[in-house]
Design a protein around this ligand. Structure first.
Ligand code: DON
Length: 303
């Protein structure tokens, strides 16, 4: 496969959609990002990396971090996490509170905010420093030692974090957090604030295409758990748009309100696309279209 040629064709296809949608404005630091940007990268399972557009420009990973925190918890032997969070799509917005009460403080899945807070809580218990553990892991897997948190984004989110605080307190009232709410929120906001490029994210997510093997050939996850992370990405990684994403793209994918999406073609490659304009459900407009076109052109999807 000539990845570079495919990426160039996909980029030309997506270009007219760049600038459509809205940048996330509920986190003021993200509202300042120029909407007219687009980048896309592919990291194949043999270590080749290809890219187009703004593929080396860092952006805020936001909820894409949730896929890595889940993998890290499972890698630390945290399979019991599934007693505390489910594996079903929620059909609700990522920051919704409604299901939590009638489902007794157990979030539907690890990728809505409530579920991600439980996963971060578990990673904090397992490692003593959830957000630093994630940053170090991402540096190693991306091969980029300069990856960093963005303190302005973390501060902005802390200041406007009432909804996440409500979710965390509500789950704490059901006994579904082990650490104090402020600790969990702090690590969650910091993990979301990590800045990475499409290149960094495609490389860092390669273990998901390699059935759990890290960049250095060591095993992060048993094959079965890599399958589970990919499966939950497919069914829950784009929130209440997961059905539409599966229908259009046909791949496990995890989006973030920074405008990035990581998608996995197991056994072949990991993709990352970024364009900050979001649809009403918080997924990049040009990004989803680009992934749709990529799988259409290549015929590579899980279906
Ligand atoms: O919890 C939040 O609001 C953000 N830190 C992450 C949200 C996010 O990226 C949801 N994704 N589409």
């Amino acid at each position: 496969m000539d990845y570079q040629a495919v990426l160039e064709e996909v980029t030309a296809f997506a270009r007219p959609l760049v600038g459509r949608g809205q940048v996330a404005d509920y986190i003021p630091a993200l509202a300042e990002v120029d909407v007219n940007q687009f980048g896309m990268a592919v990291a194949d399972v043999d270590g080749g990396v290809y890219g187009t557009g703004d593929w080396e420009k860092p952006f805020s990973v936001q909820s894409i971090s949730k896929a890595f925190s889940l993998a890290l918890v499972l890698a630390e032997g945290g399979g019991k996490i599934w007693d505390r969070v489910g594996t079903e799509p929620s059909g609700n917005p990522f920051n919704s509170l409604v299901q939590l009460e009638y489902e007794n403080g157990i979030p539907r899945n690890p990728f809505i905010n409530a579920g991600a807070l439980v996963v971060t809580d578990r990673l904090q218990t397992l490692t003593g420093d959830a957000s630093t553990t994630m940053l170090e892991f991402l540096r190693a897997e991306s091969g980029n030692p300069d990856l960093a948190f963005d303190p302005a984004v973390a501060a902005s989110e802390t200041e406007h974090g009432d909804r996440n605080a409500a979710l965390a307190h509500f789950m704490a009232s059901y006994g579904n957090l082990d650490n104090p709410v402020p600790t969990v929120l702090e690590h969650y906001f910091w993990q979301c604030s990590i800045e990475m490029s499409c290149r960094d994210l495609a490389r860092a997510g390669s273990f998901l295409a390699r059935h759990g093997l890290r960049a250095d050939g060591s095993r992060l996850l048993p094959r079965r758990e890599a399958k589970q992370v990919n499966a939950v990405m497919l069914t829950c990684g784009t929130y209440d748009a997961a059905g539409d994403f599966a229908y259009r793209v046909g791949l496990p994918g995890k989006s973030g309100v920074g405008g990035g999406i990581v998608a996995v073609i197991p056994g072949r490659c990991t993709l990352c696309v970024w364009s900050p304009g979001l649809d009403t459900r918080g997924n990049s407009v040009a990004g989803v279209a680009a992934l749709d076109h990529f799988t259409t052109l290549t015929g590579w999807s899980v279906f």
